[in-house]
Design a binder for this molecule. Structure first.
Ligand code: ADP
Ligand code: MG
Length: 199
């Protein structure tokens, strides 16, 4: 069970988050929604463990995958190295399989700068799912893609989630996307932000 028990989060003097308590069951997909600037990405960073400067406590599994809005790829490493550096156990064959699943077969030796934004996102997704994670964290992974690419990414994410069944927390602006992917929706509200209601 993933347990988030944030009591407060400040940036300097400013308190961004108040009490934010929620759990995610194994295999459960939870969407986090709320207006821009309210603290969604901050919660994801706290859950991922990259921000430890808060009051409260988080229980998370070891095997995590994080997919951010801007694909955090290494520009000076090619496609296959971007996978194998993060997943050394994968090997070249495992990396090829992971790339094939997201439709990037044949792109192994290209560099991220030679890929379209949609392809970079798919590479980030392949990296996230290369070794099945227990917890998947996604921060607006389908934002600023054209409608067709966003739909392909969404369908791809759905099928990867169906096979690997990670617990998932993802941020979206899109209500329809939240309802399609998520078992449950958490909404942030107020300043400092707290959970408004749970549907
Ligand atoms: P959201 O993802 O919901 O759009 P964020 O979690 O990115 O919002 O930000 C929440 C608030 O915290 C915003 O007011 C933002 O300006 C502030 N904030 C985020 N990161 C930092 C930081 N590193 N330093 C200072 N303020 C920050
Ligand atoms: Mg954000």
């Amino acid at each position: 069970m993933i347990r988030v028990r944030i009591e407060a989060k400040h940036f300097g003097e400013a308190q961004v988050l108040g009490r934010v308590h929620f759990d995610i069951a194994p295999g459960e997909c939870v969407a986090l929604v709320g207006p821009s600037g309210i603290g969604k990405s901050t919660i994801l960073r706290i859950l991922a463990g990259t921000d430890e400067d808060f009051t409260g406590h988080v229980d998370r599994p070891e095997r995590m995958a994080v997919v951010f809005q801007e694909p955090t790829l290494l520009p000076w490493r090619n496609v296959i190295q971007n996978l194998t550096l993060v997943h050394p156990d994968l090997g070249t064959e495992g990396a090829r399989t992971a790339l094939d699943r997201v439709g990037l077969a044949g792109k192994e030796t290209l560099f991220p700068g030679q890929l379209s934004l949609g392809q970079q996102r798919r590479l980030a997704l392949a990296r996230g799912f290369a070794t099945p994670p227990d917890l998947l964290i996604m921060d607006e992974p389908f934002a600023s893609l054209d409608a067709e690419t966003a739909e392909r990414m969404l369908a791809l994410t759905e099928s990867l989630m169906a096979t690997t069944r990670p617990a998932t927390l993802f941020v979206t602006h899109d209500r329809a996307e939240a309802e399609r992917l998520a078992d449950r929706i958490l909404r942030l509200d107020g300043a400092p932000a707290t959970l408004a209601d749970i549907t």
